[in-house]
Design a protein around this ligand. Structure first.
Ligand code: NAD
Length: 497
């Protein structure tokens, strides 16, 4: 069985802990690889390598850094199919979806190729007589990224392109469930000419994560994953004096107002709820049907849901693949059962679904729950599977109260033809990313991604300008080149003249 190793100093490094985790093919349900879990010493070795590499990388020219990133971008482009295949083999999502993930990650690489523009700094001349002031931003040193299973290529690319473009060196701890895509990215970075030690991977679990959080030479930690772990990461990172951004889970609401185009809204609800089997932090998991739209909207969503083609991600006919593990599949199914017991109407029941020839795969069908009480577990928890809850609201005011009552605030969307209502929603809704007739408003690479409330711990969002700010620290330089006429003793506080 293939063992996935660490990647330290520009080459594969075998694990020494004797601890391994299984990597499954979710479409077949069989374990196809194993992954080495790092010890604290192995994490220390990766951080030491990154620290040594920072000595020269942090001083390297923008021209050199961006030339490597341009080359990496070309290699990514040439290898997109291969990376997408690795994602499908371990995550399960369909090939077209995996290709979309690679493309969205590439956006951040492209932003990083233009990092010189972002690092130009500011200069004020003659702020006082013969005195100039410059503001510059410099790298932090060694930074770490800890990433989830659901976007094994894109989420690491939300982080490391900007981190290394701004002069830092990087240690990634990817999800142990689907590590091969980010490992391939490490190989492509090396092929692009990235010096050894600038980008490293330690595989593992809590042992590796905890050591990264405690390590005195790690300056900053970016995390993306579930809310309880995000909160833990933030607290522990702060305890160890690190800069941190920790993005958590979500429960994204999509409002449909009575004047919306219901066919369009139904199409978009299907795409956003069931794409990637609902394993997206920006998935729509709650549709709020406002006014009298509910019955008709539910009927149109149900009609579409019943026709979705579910199967292995590498079959071009499949529109939705399996879930990540058997345990997760069973947990998702339990929410459909409990919702029925807790008062919801099960309009489409996807539990107990199996795919011919793939009976051991981690498949589940899509479920549609109507009139879900807000007290039901299916409404309260992040299910992270293909289960769409519909909640009815009499008025816009009731709907916005519902959305703003959620503990999460990642993404949200409104479907309407009424510009005034949409504008009100943009300003009133408590969420970090808002779509108007756009169900999954993931910002493009040059805007930043991040939620509010329990969807993000820390101050700065990820990638875009916030990403540049996160991976750099400001320095202000005040300069005087004195004229021979200047001088003399004056003990007063310096003032500008
Ligand atoms: P997870 O929180 O279980 O794992 C994320 C990372 O943390 C992994 O690398 C994992 O190994 C590590 N980890 C897990 N348990 C840990 C522990 N006890 N101590 C230290 N480290 C630990 O998340 P997941 O299941 O891989 O991913 C799904 C979650 O990620 C969902 O909640 C989803 O909403 C969220 N997510 C959020 C965003 C966002 O941008 N807000 C994006 C993608 C995914």
């Amino acid at each position: 069985m293939k063992t996935i190793t660490h990647w330290i100093g520009g080459k594969p490094v075998e694990g020494t802990s004797g601890r391994f985790g299984p990597v499954y093919n979710p479409a077949t349900g069989s374990q196809e690889k194993q992954i080495a879990f790092a010890t604290r010493d192995e994490v220390d070795a990766a951080v030491a390598t990154a620290k040594a590499a920072f000595e020269s990388w942090g001083q390297s020219s923008l021209a050199k850094r961006t030339a490597i990133l341009f080359k990496f971008r070309e290699l990514l482009d040439a290898h997109r199919d291969e990376i997408a295949e690795l994602i499908t083999a371990e995550h399960g999502k369909v090939h077209s979806d995996a290709l979309g993930e690679v493309a969205r990650g590439m956006e951040i690489v492209e932003l990083a190729c233009g990092i010189s523009e972002k690092l130009k700094g500011e200069l004020s001349t003659q702020v006082s007589t013969r005195v100039d002031v410059a503001s510059i931003r410099q790298p932090l040193g060694v930074v770490a990224g800890i990433t989830p299973f659901n976007f094994p290529a894109m989420v690491p690319m939300w982080m490391f392109p900007i981190a290394i473009a701004t002069g830092n060196t990087f240690v990634l701890k990817p999800s142990e469930k689907d590590p091969s895509a980010s490992y391939r990215l490490a190989e492509l970075l090396a092929e692009a000419g990235l010096p050894d030690g600038v980008f490293n991977i330690v595989q593992g679990d809590k042992v590796a994560v905890d050591r990264l959080l405690e390590h005195p030479d790690v300056a900053a930690v970016s995390f993306v994953g579930s809310t309880p772990i995000a909160k833990y990461i933030q607290l522990k990172a702060v305890e160890h004096d690190k800069r941190v951004q920790a993005l958590g889970g979500a429960k994204n609401h999509m409002l449909v107002l009575p004047d919306a185009d219901l066919d369009f809204a139904a199409d978009q609800a299907i795409n956003a709820a069931y794409g990637s089997a609902g394993e997206r932090c920006m998935a729509v998991s709650v549709v709020v049907a406002v006014g009298d739209t509910g019955d008709e909207l539910v009927a149109r969503i149900a009609e579409r849901a019943k026709n979705l083609r579910i199967g292995p991600g590498n079959d071009p006919a499949s529109e939705m693949g399996p879930l990540i593990t058997r345990e997760h599949r069973d947990k998702v199914a339990s929410y459909v059962t409990s919702a029925a017991e807790q008062g919801a109407e099960v309009v489409v029941d996807g539990t107990g679904y199996s795919v011919e020839g793939h009976e051991n795969g981690f498949f589940i069908g899509v479920s549609l729950l109507d009139k879900v009480p807000v007290t039901a577990d299916a409404y309260k928890d992040e299910i992270f599977g293909p289960v769409l809850c519909v909640v009815r609201a009499e008025t816009y005011d009731d709907a916005i109260k519902l959305v703003n009552g959620s503990r999460w605030g990642n993404g949200t969307a409104i479907f309407t033809r009424d510009g005034g209502a949409a504008r009100r929603f943009q300003l009133e809704v408590q969420a970090g990313m808002v779509g108007v007739n756009v169900p999954i408003p993931v910002p493009v690479g040059y805007h930043s991604f991040g939620g509010w409330k329990d969807s993000l711990f820390g101050d700065l969002h990820i990638y875009g300008n916030d990403g540049v700010a996160f991976y750099t620290q400001g320095k202000v330089i005040t300069t005087r080149w004195p004229d021979p006429a200047d001088g003399g003793i004056n003990l007063g506080f310096p003032s500008n003249s």
